[in-house]
Design a protein around this ligand. Structure first.
Ligand code: AVI
Length: 321
């Protein structure tokens, strides 16, 4: 049997609502814009480069954990979800992380979710050639506001897969909401999730302020994206990348700081920034294993297992029940 992938785009934010959201953030007394504005075409490529930097340990550490503990993880998943589960991949991108688990999990259906279904087309067509009998679906959805899939895609206990520590880009309250919705979606199955852990500040800050300046370019590129979206006149050379760990909130904060007093204009709006004033662009929360396990329990999961690397820098958790 040779299947073909199914594609569904759910309520994509339009240009006007994205522009209104960015404008509100820039005009707030403490200017802030959502990290989703990092990911235009260039920003997505810069993020891929970040994952290969020597200082950015999360991607390779997570991959090493999954490589080393793959059989144990798979056994735990199959005992929670039953054989041939449906696998739902949140923020699937090129689907490569999930595909590495296919030989171990043999899912009967793979549902890739990402903000735009267009990102998923090529990856799912390629996957279908390699796995002709597997049911494949791509869903375009911004699940940060609500995680709900069209009826029929998940029919029975599922594995919700959320690697990459993107949960760290949510505040603890928003993370709890997302985990609750993921548990509902799993329908008695399980969630396999990657989480970045608290570690010495020097390693954390280097990971978000690398020597090559790729993360700085990723952060500054957000201004190019805003210039296109809003018609604004941000001059990139007037801004500086800042990445600092806030130990109280247990998060890396990224900001763009004005090098000198600068005025930015766009149709209908103007914002004056004092020298040193910042635009807050991202939080990346770092969890302890105990605090993240407690969060998963608060989300309703009864059992939590976790695997880590020898330094205890990154966690892969399986939550079920
Ligand atoms: C996507 N997310 C998990 C990354 C992180 O580490 O918080 C985004 C990132 N920002 C700067 N570098 C990477």
């Amino acid at each position: 049997m040779h299947n073909t992938p199914q594609f569904i785009q759910l309520h994509q934010a339009d240009h006007a609502s994205l522009a209104a959201e960015a404008t509100a953030g820039l005009l707030a007394p403490a200017a802030a814009v959502s990290p989703k504005f990092f990911y235009d075409a260039l920003g997505s490529r810069l993020f891929d480069v970040i994952t290969e930097l020597p200082e950015y340990y999360p991607t390779r550490t997570e991959a090493a954990i999954v490589d080393q503990h793959g059989p144990a993880i798979a056994q735990a998943v199959l005992s929670a979800c039953g054989s041939a589960p449906v696998m739902v991949d949140l923020g699937a991108g090129n689907c490569a992380k999930a595909a590495r688990l296919f030989p171990l999990l043999e899912p009967r259906r793979y549902v890739a979710v990402d903000i735009s279904v267009d990102y998923l087309r090529q990856a799912l067509h390629d996957l279908q050639r390699r796995h002709p009998a597997m049911g494949l679906a791509g869903v375009g959805l911004d699940f940060s506001s609500q995680l709900q899939l069209p009826a029929g895609l998940v029919d029975g206990p599922a594995l919700v897969f959320y690697p990459g520590s993107s949960i760290g880009n949510f505040s603890p309250d928003a993370a709890l909401q997302l985990l609750r919705q993921a548990r509902t979606l799993a329908a008695g199955g399980a969630m396999l999730i990657g989480v970045d852990l608290v570690k010495p500040v020097a390693q954390l800050e280097a990971a978000y302020d690398d020597a090559l300046g790729v993360t700085a370019a990723f952060n500054l590129n957000l201004l190019n994206h805003l210039n296109r979206l809003l018609g604004s006149d941000f001059q990139l050379r007037d801004w500086r990348h800042v990445a600092l760990f806030d130990a109280v909130q247990s998060r890396i904060e990224m900001h763009l700081a004005a090098r000198q007093a600068t005025t930015v204009r766009w149709p209908g709006s103007v914002r004056v920034f004092a020298a040193g004033e910042r635009i807050h662009t991202e939080n990346s929360y770092k969890w302890t294993p105990a605090a993240f396990t407690a969060l998963l329990h608060r989300a309703g999961f009864a059992q939590v297992q976790h695997w880590t690397d020898p330094q205890g820098w990154f966690g892969v958790c399986l939550a079920s029940g």
